[in-house]
Structure formats: structure tokens, C-alpha cells
Design a protein around this ligand. Structure first.
Ligand code: UDP
Length: 553
């Protein structure tokens, strides 16, 4: 800190003069507060008022200049959770001339990213809401490097996972409460405010019941690159990465067999597996593999990641610890266990993560359907699922219910009651899930990850028509291969042709292996047809349609 101050002092007069003359400069991306990130020169923070301050001068810039729409509801979201009313960012305005009457500013020379962590106590939230968004926000703006400064404005203490936040930059992240140590007025020479939401895949149910986000924009590739970067920074190397790339399937089998193992992620305080030893025995016997347990209460996070990054299977109760699936090697399986009366289909943050294209993980669930195998905790505090505080009738209703109905976040007592049950895992039904899984599981360990290169447009699409009789006609459509195909090895190339009679609102789709085709069925004379053609690689990689053809018979 003192070093920082002295460094700032070198340029102090230059900086102060720049602030007084030019004021604050802000340029943002994004049309809405929910997709906005702003870049500032000389954004200041007044710790007394706990407010950011924008200084106006003749040369200050504020884009977008929203006027009072800046408060409807806010300039931007300070966390990656969309439009949450406790996470809004705004600033106060002052003329730069007011600086004369204010405490001397302290300048922060580092490029700073200012954000809110959403729930730093919970590992899932730490990764999904904070670490991934910060990582990719920093990649988005080239001003950020290893020397970047993070400032967390949500107002919480460090929390149990602060070491993970420390991995994002070599400089110590600052908490809101620490800002006052820097003086009454602090000015960030260059800062960005807000987080990219591009990597988030889950919404927690504030306005509609929780579930995957409507428009997921991240793939397994970006998640895995983030995981690799984090592992490097934790000094973890996994042999697996290089081993699995080359070499024959048989080699790998040999190599793999010896140290294939299953990880059971155990929770030691709530939502317990009551017969963990039995579960471990069953797994070991069924798969003839070593079974290792890990828990956040007993191990350092890096040592857990080290273990998980080489595992063939991860078994765990539903819960934040399952976010560590993102460190599993490709081809591994995840088995998520759900307590009695909790429907796995309604709580899918880990299913969604593991099923992202390119994660190449295999996801399964087991659910306790036997009420006699659950242990409830009605007398605990409400946030751990206690229901003693509720009216007698409501308690009885909850106890009688066999399925938690859909609900909003975050304090639904029936949900909390059920999700904090302990469970005796029924071994036969559990093994049944695994056996079912093995049947349908694609042998990912043997196949290379699928290509994600999409076809270009087909080229030179053409049509020719001829009339046979008063009610018969032919339509011949031909095209050239997409430009990128000649550089690719593609297992299967197909073409899709859509034919629509002008003015009709339905069309006929055809899938063809060749580059031309003559259609005669359902083709009428003296009619105009609209024809679209696109290329498809390996059944599901769709290319764009070429410009529509107008074909008159
Ligand atoms: N946690 C844990 N062991 C436990 C209970 C919780 O390590 O026995 C961790 C959990 O992984 C999460 C945090 O404590 O990071 C909060 O747990 P909670 O049950 O509140 O959230 P959930 O796991 O349901 O997201």
C-alpha cells in the first residue's frame, strides 16, 4: 500500500491537474444496464459518502449520456447476476471545480476492475458469478494484465474462498471496507466497472423458477481454458491432458486402467450421505476402481482440484461443491444425488454445466424415492431447512408433501427443508443408475472431441426448371461445396434444401448427400418456388443458407 502511494506521488501533480482539467471520462459498451461495462479515466470514490463520483469539466465524456435514465433503474449491473436490484452501479456527479474544497485525492495507478461478488461464501457462486466472469472480462479488455487490481464493492469480508480470487491477478484484491484506508477521496486512474455475463449459464430463480439461462453463450472450450489457467496458477499439472491426446486407444486403456479412480465429494456438515462407506464399497466393487473421498472441510482447494482433474467419475450430493466438475477430464462421469422430494430436473446448475457442448462429460442423477431413507431436520434454523417457526398447518403440509413444487429463490421453506435432508443412499437403485448410464454412455474416452468447425455457405447455387405436362414440372437445383470444406476432413457432408412455393407459409425440407438434385414430386408448372440450400457437417453442424433462389417453372 505505501509503495503504491509513493508511486502515485511521483505523478501526483500531473494526475491531480489532469483530474481538475479533464474531469472524469467514461465510455461504455452495451445498450442496456444489463449488458453494460464502462471504462473510466479518473473515476473517484468517496469513502465517507460510500459513493463513486464523476467529475464534470469542459472535456469530460459520459457515453452513454442517459440523463436521468441513468437511474431507471441503474447505469449497470455490478455483479454478473442479471438485473438484481441489490447489485446496481451508479455514481454521483460534481463539477471538477468542487475538488478545490474536497480532501486531496489519492490516485490508484493500477488498471482496476470494479465489481460485486454475488455470494462469496458459496463455491458454486464464486465460480459461476465471479471467477469466470472476471477472468473473461479481463480477457476482453487488453488493458488488463497480471498486474490488474480487483475491487470488490459488495461489502462482504474476504470469505472462505478468497485465495481463489487471488489467482486472478498478482495484486491483492481490495474489499469495499479497505477503501477508506486510502483516504477520503480515491481516484482510479483507469478502471472498468461491471462484469461480462457471457460465461454464465444459470439463473437462480429471482423472477422465474431457477434453471438454465435462456440464451447460453459459453461452451465447454472456454470453461476448460479457464479451468486450465486456474490450475496453472494453483501449480497443478495433470498428466492426463497430454497423455490422452495421442497414442492408440489400447495404449490409453493400459495406461488408464491402473490409476482410474472415482471421487466421492462428501459434505460433512449438512445434506449428508449417511452410508458413505457403503456407497464407496459399492462403487469400488462395481467398477473395480479405487474410490477417493474429498471434502472442503478436510482438504485445501488445490489438493481437491488435483484429485478431481484425474478422476473418471465424480459422485456427490447436489450442492455447490459440484462446481468442481469443471476440473474433470473429458469423458468423465458426474453422478449428482438428490434428497427425498427434490426433483433433479428443477435444479440443474451442474447438469447444465456438464452438458455444455464441448465439456464432454457424462451426467447422471440419482434421487432418493424412499421416505424411510431420509433424515429431516425440522428444528434447525430456517436457513438450514428448519420449519419449526412455521404455523402448524404449514408444517404438516410440508411434511406430507412428496415433491417440492416449483418455487422462486431463495427462502422457500419447503425447498430448504427438503434440500437440507440427510440421505441413506439406496445402493441397488444407485447402481441401477450407473448401469443405465454405462449402456447409453458414448465411449468418450476413446473418441476425440468432436470438431466444432461449421460449414460455410454453399457456393454458386442455381436452379433450372422445365415443364413436362400441364400438371408436371421439374426443378433442378445445384451448388458448389462451401469454400472451407476443401481444407477440412469431415466425416459426413450433407446438404439441406428447402423448397417453398411463393406465397405459401410452409416449405418442404430435403436432406441430400450430393450437390444437385432434380425435384419432380409436388412441383407444379408455372409456379414460382423459393429455394434455400445449406451444408451440414456430421449431422449437427449447420452452415448458413445461401441467398434464396427464385425458380419459376
Ligand atoms: N459446504 C460444505 N460442506 C457442507 C455444507 C456446505 O463444504 O457440509 C459448502 C458448500 O460446498 C458451499 C457452502 O458450504 O460452498 C454453502 O453450502 P450450502 O449448503 O449453503 O449451499 P449449496 O451447496 O446448497 O449451494
Amino acid at each position: 500500500q505505501s509503495q503504491e502511494l509513493s508511486q502515485a506521488r511521483i505523478d501526483y501533480h500531473v494526475a491531480l491537474q489532469a483530474l481538475q482539467e479533464h474531469g472524469t471520462h467514461m465510455i461504455c459498451t452495451g445498450k442496456m444496464h444489463t449488458d453494460r461495462i464502462c471504462r473510466f479515466n479518473y473515476l473517484c470514490y468517496c469513502s465517507e459518502a460510500e459513493e463513486f463520483v464523476f467529475f464534470h469539466s469542459n472535456s469530460s465524456v459520459m457515453l452513454p449520456n442517459l440523463g436521468s435514465r441513468r437511474f431507471q433503474p441503474a447505469l449497470l449491473d455490478l455483479s454478473s447476476v442479471e438485473d438484481h436490484n441489490t447489485q446496481y452501479f451508479n455514481f454521483l456527479e460534481l463539477p471538477a471545480a468542487a475538488l478545490k474544497f474536497m480532501p486531496k485525492p489519492v490516485f490508484v495507478p493500477d488498471v482496476t476492475l470494479i465489481l460485486n461478488r454475488f455470494n462469496p461464501d458459496n463455491l458454486m457462486h464464486v465460480f459461476h458469478d465471479d471467477l469466470l466472469p472476471v477472468f473473461y472480462t479481463m480477457k476482453q479488455y487488453s488493458d488488463f494484465d497480471d498486474e490488474a487490481r480487483l475491487v470488490f464493492m459488495e461489502g462482504w469480508g474476504e470469505g472462505p474462498h478468497f485465495d481463489l480470487y487471488r489467482l486472478l491477478s498478482s495484486k491483492q484484491p481490495l474489499l469495499k471496507e479497505q477503501l477508506r484506508n486510502f483516504g477520503k477521496l480515491m481516484c482510479f486512474t483507469k478502471s472498468y466497472v461491471g462484469l461480462s455475463k457471457m460465461t454464465t449459464w444459470y439463473q437462480y430463480g429471482f423472477v422465474q423458477p431457477q434453471g438454465p439461462k435462456a440464451n447460453i453463450l459459453v461452451s465447454g472450450n472456454e470453461i476448460r481454458q479457464f479451468a486450465r489457467a486456474l490450475m496453472e496458477r494453483m501449480n497443478i499439472t495433470r498428466a492426463e491432458d497430454s497423455e490422452r491426446d495421442e497414442g492408440s486407444v489400447e495404449d490409453e486403456k493400459e495406461k488408464g486402467k491402473k490409476d482410474d479412480y472415482i471421487v466421492v465429494f462428501s459434505r460433512s456438515t449438512t445434506r449428508l450421505i449417511l452410508n458413505e462407506a457403503e456407497l464407496i464399497m459399492a462403487l469400488a466393487q462395481e467398477f473395480q476402481m479405487r474410490v477417493v473421498t474429498v471434502s472442503l472441510e478436510e482438504q485445501s482447494f488445490p489438493s481437491i482440484v488435483q484429485v478431481i482433474s484425474g478422476a473418471s467419475m465424480l459422485v456427490s450430493m447436489h450442492g455447490a461443491q459440484l462446481i468442481t466438475s469443471l476440473f474433470l477430464p473429458r469423458g468423465a462421469a458426474v453422478v449428482e444425488l438428490f434428497p427425498f422430494a427434490v426433483n433433479p430436473e428443477q435444479y440443474t446448475p451442474y447438469k447444465t454445466l456438464t452438458s455444455l457442448p464441448g465439456m464432454d462429460l457424462y451426467y447422471m442423477t440419482w434421487r432418493n424415492t424412499k421416505e424411510e431413507n431420509t433424515v429431516t431436520h425440522p428444528d434447525r434454523p430456517w436457513e438450514q431447512g428448519g420449519i419449526a417457526h412455521l404455523e402448524k398447518e404449514e408444517q404438516e403440509r410440508i411434511l406430507a408433501s412428496k415433491d417440492v413444487p416449483r418455487h422462486l429463490c431463495c427462502r422457500n421453506p419447503e425447498w430448504l427443508f427438503r434440500i437440507y435432508q440427510d440421505t441413506l443412499v439406496d445402493i441397488p437403485t444407485f447402481l441401477e443408475v450407473l448401469k443405465e448410464g454405462r449402456k447409453t454412455r458414448p465411449s468418450l474416452r476413446k473418441t476425440k472431441p468432436a470438431s466444432t468447425v461449421h460449414p460455410g455457405r454453399v457456393r454458386e447455387p442455381q436452379c433450372q426448371t422445365s415443364v413436362q405436362t400441364t400438371n408436371e414440372a421439374k426443378l433442378t437445383v445445384s451448388w458448389q461445396i462451401p469454400w472451407n470444406l476443401k481444407y477440412l476432413k469431415v466425416r459426413e457432408v450433407k446438404y439441406e434444401v428447402w423448397i417453398q412455393e411463393q406465397g405459401e407459409n410452409t416449405y418442404m425440407p430435403y436432406i441430400l448427400p450430393q450437390q444437385n438434385y432434380t425435384f419432380s414430386e409436388n412441383i407444379k408448372p408455372f409456379t414460382t418456388y423459393l429455394v434455400w440450400v445449406r451444408c451440414i457437417f456430421n449431422k449437427n453442424l449447420l452452415g448458413p443458407f445461401a441467398d434464396v433462389l427464385m425458380c419459376r417453372t
